[in-house]
Design a protein around this ligand. Structure first.
Ligand code: AKB
Length: 325
């Protein structure tokens, strides 16, 4: 990758990734785009930034040509709970946005990355240690767009020789930008509430295991996969990756190591619980390790410590065990 166009750069993955890419490849070599402008954001103010609605293929092509990019990282999409509430919009945005991005990539012969998700699996997939290659019959609109997206990216690779690559992200946990409308978002909200109110009411029920990963590992995984030697890749769209699998009581126990008075209760949201129940408990990541050396660094306790420390700074909250002398 030399010059990279990012769509959805103000979103949860985009805001962490854009800053990391600018550091790695140079500020002038990363073109951040988003449908909205965000006053005061370093993504907007500390590098190239363009307003782009991914439904507008002409403008996407014009920006890609003007900056002479060689790589497209297409992130703009609706997450699971929002796409379930607005399925037509979920299909339109997730699929038309992806087709536009792939077409621009085809015309300019760009390297291409777009994320898939654990949502690409469904209730018929094996629940534990879900294999890389297995049955994928998702029951959510988001999942349908993710499976279709994986197939489409593989199609552009085999039919047109485009260098498309992707991962199936688990729930991503980050402190920079809050996610919007995902099923795994409880695992982000819980840290905010632990610091602010020392208690959290979970919309995901006790005993529900889902795969998760801390954002710094997710960002490194994208860079590592995009820089991997193409001849080593037997798979392309998309690799299972995860760093941990936990249920609400386990993240609460991890938080209690730093905030002992933290309490957790439940008010389960049937829609998001239904989505979570249709997803795997844990993924098998052997192929990502073997084909491009996937190696996440953060486990649950390391992530909790870093997350609470960074969030406490951001929210200006002083927490005894987080104050290092
Ligand atoms: C969501 O919950 O929708 C996302 C995902 C797992 O893709 N975080």
């Amino acid at each position: 990758m030399k010059k990279i166009l990012v769509t959805g750069s103000l979103g949860q993955i985009g805001s962490a990734l854009t800053m990391r890419l600018r550091k790695e490849y140079g500020v002038d070599n990363v073109i951040a785009t988003d449908i909205r402008h965000l006053e005061g954001s370093p993504i907007v103010e500390k590098g190239h930034f363009e307003i782009l609605d991914v439904m507008d293929r002409e403008k996407m092509l014009e920006i890609a040509k003007r900056y002479e990019v060689d790589t497209m990282i297409h992130l703009a999409a609706l997450l699971s709970a929002v796409a379930e509430a607005k399925p037509q919009l979920g299909w339109d945005l997730n699929m038309s946005g992806l087709v536009n991005a792939l077409e621009v990539a085809r015309e300019l012969n760009l390297k291409f990355f777009t994320p898939s998700s654990i949502a690409a699996f469904g209730p018929d997939s094996p629940k534990d240690n879900t294999p890389q290659d297995t049955i994928q019959r998702p029951t959510t609109m988001y999942g349908v767009t993710k499976v279709a997206g994986e197939l489409l990216c593989d199609y552009y690779h085999t039919k047109f020789g485009l260098d498309t690559r992707g991962v199936r992200f688990p729930g991503l946990i980050s402190y920079e930008t809050e996610p919007g409308g995902g099923t795994t978002d409880y695992a982000v909200d819980i840290y905010y509430e632990a610091l602010k109110n020392k208690k959290y009411t979970s919309f995901i029920g006790k005993g529900t295991y889902m795969d998760m990963m801390y954002m710094p590992d997710a960002v490194e995984a994208i860079i590592q996969l995009m820089e991997a030697e193409p001849s080593k890749l037997k798979h392309r769209n998309a690799f299972n990756i995860t760093a941990m699998s936990f249920e609400p009581e386990e993240i609460a126990a991890s938080i209690r190591k730093i905030i002992p008075e933290f309490t957790l209760d439940y008010d389960v949201d049937p829609v998001r619980q239904g989505i979570a129940d249709s997803w795997p408990n844990s993924l098998d990541v052997t192929d990502a390790k073997e084909e491009w050396g996937f190696a996440p660094k953060y486990d649950l306790d390391c992530m909790t410590e870093d997350m609470l420390e960074k969030l406490a700074m951001k929210l200006n909250i002083k927490e005894k065990k987080l104050i290092h002398s």
